[in-house]
Ligand binder design. Sequence first.
Ligand code: PNS
Length: 166
Amino acid sequence: MRRVVCPGSFDPVTNGHLDIVERAASLFDEVVVAVGVNASKNRLFSATERIEMLTTACQDIPNVRVDGFSGLLTDFCREHEIVAIVKGLRAVSDFDYELQMAQMNSSLAPIETVFVPTSPEYSFLASSLVKEVAAFGGDVAGLVPAFVHTRLTERLAERAREQSDE
Ligand code: PNS
């Protein structure tokens, strides 16, 4: 039984994330999509909301489950008998930091990191860019699942109203 983790912030989940999760699910017995819950970071969506959106987005992939984690990813892997971390690599620019994290993680625990090249149609995709483009009224409908697009549009409108009230 090979259980792996796809970790991330997923603020919010994009079609690029789902591509990596689906491909990991076809390679391994079980995939845990682990949402990092780091209270110090300023997120658009709460951890509960991010987990809920991922759960909906992954509901049709039978060997995928979604969980949250705080603290070290390697501790989460140990607790859940996870043998490898699966990460998408969009470009060479991702590689430096991802390699550093992979090596740090393997120094902390006996865990492999498996890099999966991002499909070319998603190579420019990042949650941060999706939020920025959407906040300025750009069309991101094809970059996230439809229900996420609705939630994103609503949340950004709420934020814009809050800011105009200040
Ligand atoms: O989507 P992101 O923001 O690139 O995800 C980063 C994440 C959550 C995978 C990474 O920050 C992480 O693993 N955080 C947990 C804390 C930890 O283990 N840090 C040491 C990494 S070497």
